[in-house]
Design a protein around this ligand. Structure first.
Ligand code: MUC
Ligand code: MG
Length: 365
């Protein structure tokens, strides 16, 4: 089996409402659908969400990387040879989401060729995962309403609260969420580098009092000594996300004492490097959680496959709800979150079908 063709298709799908966080704001899904076709007619898919505030990538840069830099090394390659392909792709630095989408599409092809779903190929730790919902920035009232909708409509009982603003505003939101949701739900927080070290240390203590279990990216990790002071002073673990976007980056962050747990995202490390990161962390006794790159439906299906594939990830809630922000998407069958859980697809590969009418409607090339 050889790769015949690789396409990078820009999409534009409106949101029901904007999603805000300390480092940026998303108002529409301008994702890039990566489609790889083989000489025997299999078609694999991956989704690259452009996140300039995190990786410096835009839809245009992702399309250029896939079409101009990656396609020449991919065409003619065997999709099973993911390590060789990755070595070729890594001659280009960065472009994390573009590389992640290519890797996901390759695993989709491999799964289809083997007649096995991706989560089974990864290790089949579970058939479904608990869902976590990411609550975007807003007034305390808006944030509570968002959480209540997720709890009441989908049974979700784990929430990542976006913080990183003025402390009083953030703590009012956390207090309101805990009061409304009760002690039984899991709350953790993500500041997306919005605080300085002193603020983050105060915040970590107050978050702990509200029973918040983890604090993601409290400040810029490049403020090295400030980050170390936070890790030392915080009563709750500091999670690396945008400061830990590669296997080597995770190793460096853990060894330097910048992070104590790691958010793993299929959108940036695909399945291949995500599994390597999880293995590294497992060996070190470091918790890993599946994060969300504000993914669409395809990225969500991939995140669930990763979470169900590896036991270290299956233990924790997986961030899967962001696709619900979108008014629509190009998958023929949307994911379904029921009783707070999301199941892995049982069909070979990712088990997704692209709806041709929706694709024609939402593609903007
Ligand atoms: C998250 O976990 O930080 C927001 C920015 C980004 O890169 O990912 C999202 C969610
Ligand atoms: Mg984060």
């Amino acid at each position: 089996m050889k790769i015949d063709r690789i396409e990078a298709i820009p999409l534009a799908i409106p949101y029901r409402r904007p999603f805000g966080f300390a480092s940026g704001r998303v108002t529409a899904a301008d994702h890039v659908l990566v489609r790889i076709t083989t000489d025997d007619g299999l078609v694999g898919h991956g989704e690259a969400p452009p996140r300039p505030y995190t990786y410096g990538e835009t839809a245009a840069s992702i399309i250029a990387a896939v079409s101009d830099l990656f396609a020449p090394v991919l065409v003619g390659a065997d999709p099973f040879a993911r390590e060789r392909i990755r070595a070729d792709l890594d001659r280009t630095v960065a472009n994390n989401a573009a590389k992640g989408a290519v890797d996901v599409a390759l695993w989709d092809l491999v799964g289809q060729a083997c007649g096995q779903p991706v989560h089974v190929l990864l290790g089949h730790a579970a058939d479904d995962v608990r869902a976590a919902h990411m609550i975007g920035l807003g007034t305390p009232k808006e944030m509570v309403a968002d959480a209540v909708e997720m709890r009441d409509e989908h049974g979700v009982d784990a929430f990542k609260i976006k913080v990183g603003r003025e402390l009083g505003v953030d703590m009012a939101a956390v207090r309101a969420l805990r009061a409304e949701l009760g002690d039984g739900v899991e709350l953790y927080a993500d500041a997306n580098r919005g605080w300085d070290a002193d603020t983050a240390i105060v915040a970590s203590r107050r978050l702990h009092e509200f029973g918040v279990s983890m604090l993601e990216e409290p400040n810029p990790a490049a403020d090295v000594l400030g980050r170390r002071r936070i890790v030392t002073a915080s009563p709750i673990p500091v999670v690396g996300d945008e400061s830990t976007i590669t296997l080597g980056g995770v190793a460096r962050s853990l060894l330097d004492g910048d992070s104590e747990a790691i958010s793993v995202k299929v959108a940036r490390t695909g399945f291949t490097d995500s599994a390597k990161i999880v293995g590294l962390c497992e060996g070190l006794g470091v918790t890993t959680v599946v994060g969300n790159q504000i993914d669409g439906m395809l990225g969500t299906v991939a995140s669930v496959a990763l979470g169900c594939g590896l036991r270290a990830l299956a233990r924790h809630p997986v961030e899967v709800t962001n696709y619900l922000l979108m008014t629509d998407d190009v998958l023929a069958e949307p994911p379904v979150i029921a009783d707070g859980r999301l199941a892995a697809r049982q069909e070979p590969g990712l088990g997704v079908t692209i709806d041709p009418d929706k694709l024609a409607h939402y593609r903007v090339d």
